[in-house]
Design a protein around this ligand. Structure first.
Ligand SMILES: [Zn+2]
Length: 79
């Protein structure tokens, strides 16, 4: 499962390579946010600018896409 080595977050990760369409009030830093369960399975995805193709690709291979901790912004993620 994904795990942030800096803050311990193992639930919410973002994809740094996907830019949001527009900045949001909540300060989203990526066009794609993934939520993972305790088994490391991708259970939810929120796409703010990611295309359908990108969403599908990320669902199939989350390890490649979700490279940034949403809690602290670190990219020191252990899978
Ligand atoms: Zn973190």
């Amino acid at each position: 499962m994904p795990y942030c080595r800096d803050c311990g977050n193992s639930e919410y990760f973002t994809a740094s390579q996907i830019s949001p369409v527009a900045p949001t009030a909540t300060g989203t830093i990526s066009g794609l946010v993934g939520k993972f369960d305790e088994d490391g399975e991708l259970v939810e995805m929120e796409a703010m600018g990611a295309s359908e193709v990108t969403r599908d690709a990320a669902a199939v291979n989350p390890l490649v896409y979700f490279d940034t901790c949403m809690e602290c912004g670190s990219n020191r993620i252990t899978w």
